[in-house]
Design a protein around this ligand. Structure first.
Ligand code: SF4
Ligand code: SF4
Length: 198
């Protein structure tokens, strides 16, 4: 049930002021984004149109603490099909950044490990200019599990399923133990600055 006194009328402006959120009010709720989204088969509750509708209504707390906000693959299918050029994955990214800040301030709890993964991923790019899988795993798992030991156990459990495939592709094994850097890391620094990321 929607409680009108809990709605935040400024929420849509807050989103539109974030990079990627500018086209929010163009949405006319046609559902094309949701119908073509490949994630729905795996996460039936996921509905980008509904997230947009709730955002337009000002349901700030419900939107920001919704774990489904973090399941988007950024495949851009919805963006290509949206008749209103809403750029849904960018929009979801803008909402996620607001959620991230609120979680850091202790105002909401995010029931998803995706923010930890995203940050670990970004750290690898900032440091090496490319993805370093071992670095990503070493940062992600302990943070997700809350301790180094538990993280390593969880990592081994996950990697036993697809580790051999990664090994064959050179993503794991002795050569992959050490990161390779791109030549011009200054470019990466500039991109991160431009994006407003640390
Ligand atoms: S496809 Fe575009 S206009 Fe239609 S519901 Fe999704 S975001 Fe809104
Ligand atoms: S970008 Fe995200 S919301 Fe859009 S179709 Fe792909 S997974 Fe679904």
């Amino acid at each position: 049930m929607i409680k009108t006194w809990e709605l935040d009328p400024n929420f849509k402006e807050e989103i539109m002021n974030e990079r990627g959120g500018e086209h929010l009010t163009a949405c006319f709720q046609c559902s094309t984004c949701t119908l073509g989204c490949p994630i729905i088969d795996y996460v039936p509750s996921y509905n980008p149109r509904k997230i947009i509708q709730m955002s337009l209504l000002g349901m700030r707390k419900e939107v920001l603490s919704n774990p489904d906000l973090w399941v988007c693959l950024i495949c851009q299918t919805c963006t290509a099909r949206c008749p209103q050029d809403v750029r849904i994955s960018d929009l979801l990214g803008a909402i996620r950044r607001i959620a991230d800040k609120e979680a850091e301030a202790g105002n909401i709890k995010i029931d998803s490990s995706r923010p930890i993964f995203d940050k670990a991923f970004q750290h690898q790019l900032a440091k090496y200019g490319r993805l370093y899988d071992m670095g990503l795993a070493k940062e992600y798992y302990p943070k997700r599990e809350g301790s180094f030991f538990k993280g390593m156990m969880a990592m081994m459990n996950d990697y036993k399923d697809f580790g051999m495939r990664m090994f064959k592709k050179g993503k794991m094994g002795p050569k992959a133990m050490f990161p390779e850097k791109v030549k011009d890391l200054a470019v990466m620094k500039k991109i991160f600055e431009e994006m407003g990321e640390k």
